[in-house]
Unconditional design. Structure first.
Length: 434
């Protein structure tokens, strides 16, 4: 019987184990990413001159039109400083005066300050044009638009009702909650009220899914599309990202049709197709210093494993549960997240408490919910030389000191004929399984 050696990065070394070739369903490998655009400004001008599913903005507005331009926040890489002038130029071609153009900084529930908005737009634009900084909890700044078809109450920033035409600048890449960013997501959660954000984000917990990354049709995305229409979003300019965080495309036009076209490009970069689910997944997280990082890697194995399957995560976990503040999350975004205390709740309890608004903010509950659901519905084994087996057991997670022992435990659960999918590193893919 032929075998194949698995090699998984682990800190500054490699962990190895042999598996029978007949068991190995797939090994996910790095592939060439989509190239970055050569000239962002020219790509934006081209997209604006040939919009998808819409006439040009210069044909849709008049000289006296009041125009609101929604811009995503600092947690997104969208180069608004370089894109906004292209939108303004298109508006000026129709005779729209600067005094009739204003920006709405759309942070959802992320930190809110004028300084952050000015940093996103650039000081020159922020000083010259009116900039409305959205705060989802400022009830006096919201307007109620009604309910979506699924009963979500829709509150948005009332500034958009001053506008005759609403456009937006954003970006398309996988997103944990709705599946993909971009398009009408600039409205929800971007400029939506607190209650609207809460209601949509609890829908992430609907069904047997630990996250929605890379899924096109989700309950949250359906709300997003509907809320965008209710708010009156008419035109988008969206960049498309590749896995390296570079702009690899630009689309403009109708919020739905242009977004779908941009999504086609984003999928070429991010989506990795697998033939079917396997009973066992081996997930490499070889630089993960914290247990919660290993658990997040486990959630990525959920969608590629069968019901009651086994997920093996190779992760050092040298520094315990997590850090009080994630240094890579600047300006106070997602402090102490996710909390170790949440691990004492079941997935059902987290969903219940989220619906009762016992957590603040609700959107932060999606990850701990996904972790708990993964642990409850899969056999999770952490391969680590330093993590405490007793500590992991308190979370409901198994432990192994090496990859061979972890596979032995997995075979004991799944049988000797079990299929295996191996993801040696986090290549930032989202997986599609037939």
């Amino acid at each position: 019987m032929s075998s194949r050696r698995l090699i998984i990065p682990y800190q500054d070394q490699m962990l190895e184990a042999d598996v029978a070739s007949q068991n190995l369903l797939a090994v996910v490998e790095e592939r060439q990413d989509l190239p970055a655009v050569a000239d962002l400004e020219e790509e934006a001008k081209s997209a604006l001159s040939s919009p998808i599913g819409s006439e040009r903005m210069s044909k849709l507005v008049g000289a006296n039109s009041k125009v609101a331009i929604l811009v995503d926040d600092y947690t997104r890489l969208t180069p608004a400083q370089r894109l906004a002038p292209q939108v303004i130029e298109e508006l000026k071609a129709a005779g729209v005066k600067d005094g009739n153009i204003f920006f709405v900084y759309a942070p959802g529930h992320h930190p809110v300050t004028w300084e952050l908005a000015a940093e996103k737009l650039g000081k020159a634009l922020a000083d010259h044009f009116e900039v409305v900084v959205h705060n989802p909890k400022a009830f006096e700044d919201l307007i109620f638009l009604g309910f979506t078809s699924t009963g979500t109450p829709v509150w948005v920033n009332k500034a958009v009702k001053r506008a005759d035409f609403i456009a937006s600048i954003g970006g398309i890449k996988p997103n944990f909650s709705p599946g993909w960013g971009g398009g009408c997501k600039i409205v929800m959660p971007g400029i939506s009220g607190w209650e609207t954000i809460n209601c949509t984000h609890t829908k992430v917990m609907a069904g047997d899914r630990v996250n929605s990354e890379g899924v096109e049709d989700t309950p949250v995305r359906r709300d997003i599309e509907e809320i965008g229409d209710m708010a009156g979003l008419k035109f988008i300019l969206n960049v498309v990202w590749n896995r390296r965080g570079q702009v690899c495309g630009v689309v403009a036009g109708d919020p739905h049709q242009a977004w779908c076209k941009g999504l086609e490009t984003a999928k070429k970069s991010f989506v990795y197709e697998l033939p079917k689910r396997a009973e066992i997944a081996v997930m490499g997280a070889g630089k993960a210093e914290y247990i919660f990082e290993a658990f997040i890697a486990a959630t990525k194995g959920y969608s590629i494993t069968t019901a009651n399957g086994t997920i093996i995560v190779v992760a050092p976990c040298t520094r315990g549960w997590g850090r009080e503040e994630i240094p890579s999350m600047e300006k106070g975004w997602y402090k102490s997240f996710p909390s170790e205390d949440l691990m004492r709740y079941t997935a059902s309890e987290i969903a219940w408490k989220a619906q009762k608004r016992e957590f603040d903010p609700i959107r932060n509950m999606n990850v701990p919910y996904g972790i708990r659901l993964t642990i409850e519905k899969r056999h999770v084994i952490i391969v680590s030389h330093e993590a405490s087996p007793e500590k992991l057991k308190t979370y409901g997670v198994d432990h192994a000191f090496n990859l061979t022992d972890a596979l032995t435990k997995a075979y004991a659960e799944q049988g000797k004929e079990a299929h295996i999918i191996v993801v040696p590193r986090d290549y930032r893919y989202v997986f599609k399984v037939d």
